[in-house]
Design a protein around this ligand. Structure first.
Ligand SMILES: Cc1ncc(COP(=O)(O)O)c(C=O)c1O
Length: 487
């Protein structure tokens, strides 16, 4: 052990600060939940008592539609008899602007997801390795080490890694709370900005996620307008992560920041940037298709040069260009996918409601922001961790505690429901329902016991006092013959 420690120490001295700091943020309950699943993954036949992965925001509900398209469009792949003629063209070096047909198809897809209310210029589409790479690229383009972005809480834990680790940029939480459904208010923004400024931190931007991960809600038009006027007033950037734009399954309708700035002629467009990806809306996180769409020409130019470090492979660009150019397929996919997400959401929320578990009223995303406050022994983050460990270890559900999303109130948990089949979802729902009933029952018994003990104690103390008062052996101090003073 001592040897391992000393060699680790030597390694620390040999390697860079980035390589040896904890900036990846891997030591967090968010990632621990994934590890719990990796150690003991559920399988309906081989491991029915295993951990069900509900900590991963993955969309697997519409894969049959994609597979079907792939089967019927073999020429879209360079690795089939029908597509191999394109192999050489695609395999050699390509312009880092991306294949024109890919950028066109992405721009059109982004418009379709936003119901054609806005237009996107293919020349402003910059590629990156997923939204992960896109966020880091944004941070590199907009801020210097030590500068900060304001981020409303609760927020996606990956931001702590993506924006901070290699760039040296900081994140300043904007505290949003449950009493108003975690609304991003002007007061909360001003407070966060002042906090940063009083610690001499230069704020370069505001990063919002719309629809929100983990809340599963969309920002309304008024809030978006407020955000735009806030960043214009303060001359800071606005980065909108719209990675879940295509997952909105219920009203209110999704409003993209693109709509707001197309309407608001006074907005300084140079300050506005969209981060997008096909990881959620199409369910392709493995393809690593991330997008930066900036309204600022200099940012587009710089990001394009930086994209050399994380280009999407041309093979993937080629396939996706063909798939997304099939407008009929895309339109059907977007509608069907939303519908499937909506019904999964309904089944899950109704199941939880049967045992009295509520959630934030969401209309988007691949998850629920579940309210387990009444299952906490105490309203503390320690109690939240205790409950979370119990869910992982005893219920065998890998969910994520609110604290890992920097939520300011204990008792909220994110539970993902779109990364599994119907059968697994039923098992997960059964498990959590049983657990909720047991825990609520135990807390009720405990509360009853406590109140019994309290009333017993009170009645004993009354009896004791009354007994003492009434005892024929002790005289009342007020008795004329009193010999013992009662204090
Ligand atoms: C809000 C948000 N942004 C970015 C990402 C990263 O996405 P990608 O897989 O495209 O890198 C995620 C993934 O969960 C996310 O939820």
């Amino acid at each position: 052990m001592a040897m391992i420690n000393s060699s680790f120490k030597e390694q620390v001295q040999l390697l860079s600060k980035i390589a040896t700091n904890d900036g990846h943020s891997e030591n967090s309950p968010y990632f621990d939940a994934w590890k719990a699943y990796d150690r003991d993954p559920y399988h309906s036949i081989n491991n029915p008592q295993g951990v069900i992965q509900m900590g991963l925001a993955e969309n697997q509900l519409s894969f049959n539609l994609i597979k079907d398209w792939v089967v019927h469009n073999q020429s879209a792949s360079i690795c089939t008899t029908q597509g191999v003629d394109k192999f050489t063209d695609i395999a050699i070096y390509q312009d880092y602007h991306g294949l024109p047909e890919f950028r066109n198809a992405i721009a059109r897809f982004m418009e379709k997801v936003r119901e054609e209310k806005v237009t996107f210029d293919p020349d402003r589409i910059v590629m990156s390795g997923g939204a992960t790479g896109a966020h880091e690229m944004m941070a590199f383009c907009l801020a210097d080490p030590g500068d900060a972005f304001l981020v409303p809480t609760p927020y996606y834990p990956g931001f702590d890694r993506d924006l901070r680790w290699r760039t040296g940029v900081q994140l300043v939480p904007v505290i949003c709370e449950s009493f108003n459904n975690f609304k991003i208010t002007r007061t909360a923004l001003e407070t966060a900005l002042q906090r940063a400024e009083s610690s001499k931190t230069k704020v370069k931007g505001l990063l919002v996620t719309n629809p929100s991960n983990p809340l599963g809600t969309t920002l309304d038009r008024a809030t978006l307008k407020d955000l735009v006027s806030f960043i214009n007033e303060k001359s800071i950037h606005l980065v909108c992560d719209e990675i879940y734009a295509g997952t909105v399954f219920n009203k209110p309708e999704f409003v993209s920041i693109a709509e707001i700035i197309e309407e608001d002629t006074k907005c300084n467009r140079d300050l506005v940037h969209i981060v997008y990806s096909l990881s959620k809306d199409m369910g392709f996180p493995g393809f690593r298709i991330g997008i930066v769409y900036s309204y600022n020409d200099n940012v587009v130019n710089c990001a394009r040069k930086m994209s050399s470090f994380g280009l999407v492979s041309t093979q993937t660009q080629h396939l996706i260009a063909a798939m997304l150019s099939d407008e009929m397929f895309v339109e059907k996919f977007i509608l069907e996918n939303r519908e499937r997400l909506g019904s999964r959401h309904e089944v899950f929320t109704q199941g939880l409601a049967q045992v009295g578990i509520g959630n934030l009223n969401g209309n988007a995303g691949l998850f629920l922001w579940m309210d387990l406050r009444k299952l906490l022994k105490k309203p503390t983050f320690e109690a939240e961790m205790e409950l979370w460990k119990s869910v992982i270890n005893n219920v065998k559900l890998s969910i994520s505690p609110g604290s890992s999303f920097h939520c300011s109130e204990p008792g909220w948990f994110r539970i993902c429901y779109a990364n599994m089949d119907d059968e697994t979802m039923k098992v997960a729902l059964q498990r959590i329902k049983k657990f909720a009933l047991q825990t609520m029952g135990a807390l009720e018994v405990k509360a009853k016991k406590l109140s019994c003990q309290r009333s017993l104690k009170m009645s004993l103390s009354f009896q004791l006092r009354d007994g003492i008062m009434m005892s024929p052996h002790i005289m009342s101090p007020h008795s004329p013959n009193s010999t013992i003073a009662l204090t």
